[in-house]
Design a protein. Structure first.
Length: 97
């Protein structure tokens, strides 16, 4: 069975990708800061991970390597960008370039 690694799988697009890959027969490893509480099928392997922290990302990939050995597919849906979109106390996402 091929393995898939899905980041940001707690909700949204990442959750949908993890479920679809699971349904397609992949051995899914799902990460997210709130992955433990995510509404996912029981056979999806949950790995708590904040991908803004390199040590946690390294540990997540090590878990995958120790468990699955090889990786067939990565779906990256994690994004920590909002935390970095503040300048001088002002949220800059909506400002023009």
């Amino acid at each position: 069975m091929p393995s898939a690694f899905v980041t940001g799988a707690s909700r949204g697009v990442g959750r949908g990708a993890a479920i679809a890959l699971n349904d397609a027969g992949y051995n899914v490893f799902a990460t997210g800061r709130t992955i433990a509480a995510a509404n996912l099928p029981d056979n999806i392997q949950r790995i708590p991970c904040d991908h803004l922290r390199d040590d946690q990302t390294d540990a997540a990939f090590q878990t995958l390597a120790d468990t699955a050995g090889t990786l067939g597919l990565i779906v990256n849906c994690a994004w920590g960008g909002y935390e970095r979109m503040v300048e001088d106390g002002k949220f800059i996402w909506t400002l023009p370039f």
